[in-house]
Design a binder for this molecule. Structure first.
Ligand code: C5P
Length: 263
């Protein structure tokens, strides 16, 4: 995810990878111990780590690194809403028509290959991350029928040896029985600075004040909608990434996961 570029990378990531390799070995040996016939574990037994939180809090970056460290699958749920919005924009479909959005989602022709995203055979990895796309995604994400349509698709990502996922309702609605639920946040100013740095690197000018306003508006809409609002659910651990580097956050999540597995 583009937020990769926004974080300050400090410290020694190798050290973290070494620490987490122990966890990975444990997961692999646990899988093997089930024997061939039992290797396809019941979905409910597949561990899930959910990262929910406001826009630009770094969820995507952290979720992907944690998934790589553990050898788990990764689901970027926001990309699904963005893809429906992008498909609607490309087809000049009115995003205020809930029924049309459900129809687009039902017939969505997408594939996730490594870190690229394809829609109808076109590489849309950059387009899907555009601010306008996020804005439209947030509008259509309010439709209950669209959320229901995407529910099963998201749950299908739960496969052995495990899943790391990020979004707004991953812990509250999609995977309520997740092994570890994290609510990832950062101060409004830091999130806007990260977004600003990311845009500047792409040669796009934006004022911090405008970015703060845009983030605030999106978070307000995401938190106040009636269906699956952005919220820190009761059993989620709060992780404030303000002032932390990527490797520090990854390390904390991995430690939290190790603790959650013991419980
Ligand atoms: O996370 P990202 O910024 O890519 O998400 C885009 C929009 O999609 C969010 O602002 C939110 O409205 C919506 N979304 C959602 N539920 C999710 C993930 C994203 O409503 N699980």
């Amino acid at each position: 995810m583009v937020l990769d570029e926004c974080f300050q990378v400090s410290g020694d990531l190798c050290k973290i990878i070494n620490n987490i390799s122990i966890l990975r070995e444990q997961t692999e040996s646990q899988s093997l111990s089930f024997g061939r016939g039992q290797q396809i574990m019941d979905k409910q037994n597949v561990p899930v780590i959910t990262l929910d939180g406001p826009s630009a809090s770094g969820k995507g970056t952290i979720a992907r690194l944690v998934s790589q460290a553990l050898g788990f699958h990764y689901l970027d749920s926001g990309a699904l809403y963005r893809l429906v919005a992008l498909a609607a924009m490309k087809r000049n479909t009115d995003v205020s028509d809930e029924h049309s959005m459900v129809d687009i989602a039902r017939h969505l022709n997408v594939s996730f290959r490594d870190s690229t995203i394809w829609l109808d055979g076109e590489d849309v990895s950059n387009e899907v991350r555009a601010e306008a796309c996020g804005e439209y995604a947030s509008r259509i994400a309010q439709y209950p029928a669209l959320r229901v349509e995407l529910l099963g698709y998201q749950r299908d990502f739960r496969k052995s040896p495990g899943l790391v996922t990020d979004g707004r309702d991953m812990g509250s609605v999609i995977f309520p029985d997740a092994t570890l639920k994290i609510y990832l946040t950062a101060s409004e100013e830091e999130r806007a600075l990260r977004r600003h740095k990311q845009l500047m690197e792409k040669g796009i000018n934006a004022s911090i004040a405008d970015l703060i306003q845009a983030l605030r508006a999106r978070d307000e809409r995401d938190s106040s909608r009636s269906t699956s609002p952005l919220q820190q659910c009761e059993d989620a651990c709060l992780l404030d990434t303000t002032g932390l580097s990527i490797d520090q956050v990854v390390s904390r999540v991995l430690n939290m996961y190790a603790e959650a597995r013991k419980a």
